[in-house]
Design a protein around this ligand. Structure first.
Ligand SMILES: CC(C)(COP(=O)(O)OP(=O)(O)OC[C@H]1O[C@@H](n2cnc3c(N)ncnc32)[C@H](O)[C@@H]1OP(=O)(O)O)[C@@H](O)C(=O)NCCC(=O)NCCS
Length: 199
């Protein structure tokens, strides 16, 4: 597969832009996969490619949403999406979201690396003070991976998500800029982050 422009990178992956076929040949399949969307609000409404594309076009114009394609460095295939949403430029906080849609890449460290890189981008490039996220309390894998990166629980939103006939609680987690400076010293991606953000 053809390499796309490398915006940011680690040893396993890079962040790049989306291309037209992502919206027809990849993302709708991920959003339709019950295993991928098991703990997410995604997967309830049908993922129409035209609407997906429209979503992403709006993201580009809004200045409050930044989304990257996660690319596998070896094969140059798109494996997921990662980004910062609801960016508040005054209070300097943003919501982190990630989805690795190619299931064969699960459990191999791609999620953790993409999370670290996107968080570093938020603090180093966008001057955020806080990055927060919402995670289904039953999504053990995601909760554990965020805890490992350094996110701390802030509280639980009770029965926040209705999915397939029942409600789920959503945990809010966050990482502050001062905490980021400490926790990144334990990250496997530290070398790559320092290379791209030497200050
Ligand atoms: C959640 C997700 C991002 C994790 O990415 P991943 O590449 O599978 O995870 P990683 O391999 O980087 O693992 C990171 C950490 O998660 C934890 N983890 C991974 N697999 C796990 C499992 N099966 N059970 C429990 N914890 C697990 C481990 O702590 C791991 O760290 P370690 O490898 O140092 O032990 C990815 O699986 C995904 O996108 N799932 C579908 C969508 C989703 O749930 N998104 C999150 C919404 S909040």
């Amino acid at each position: 597969m053809k390499q796309r422009p490398v915006f940011l990178e680690t040893d396993k992956l890079y962040f790049s832009q989306f291309i037209e076929s992502d919206f027809t040949e990849k993302i709708p399949f991920w959003y339709s996969d019950k295993e991928v969307t098991q703990f997410l609000s995604r997967g309830t409404l049908p993922p129409l490619p035209a609407l997906l594309k429209n979503d992403f076009d709006q993201l580009k114009q809004q200045n409050s949403e930044i989304q990257f394609a996660i690319m596998d460095k070896k094969t140059h295939q798109i494996i997921g999406l990662v980004g910062l949403h609801s960016i508040n430029w005054l209070s300097r906080h943003a919501e982190f979201r990630i989805l690795i849609g190619e299931k064969k890449f699960w459990g191999k460290g791609y999620g953790a690396q993409a999370c670290e890189l996107c968080v570093a981008y938020g603090f180093e490039a966008l001057n955020m003070n806080k990055i927060w996220l919402g995670v289904n309390t039953e999504n053990q894998k995601a909760f554990e991976s965020y805890r490992r990166v350094g996110f701390k629980p802030e509280g639980v939103l009770r029965q926040e998500l209705f999915k397939n006939g029942r409600y789920f609680d959503i945990a809010r987690m966050s990482l502050l800029t001062a905490e980021y400076k400490k926790t990144k010293t334990d990250w496997s991606t530290l070398k790559w982050i320092k290379k791209q953000y030497p200050a």
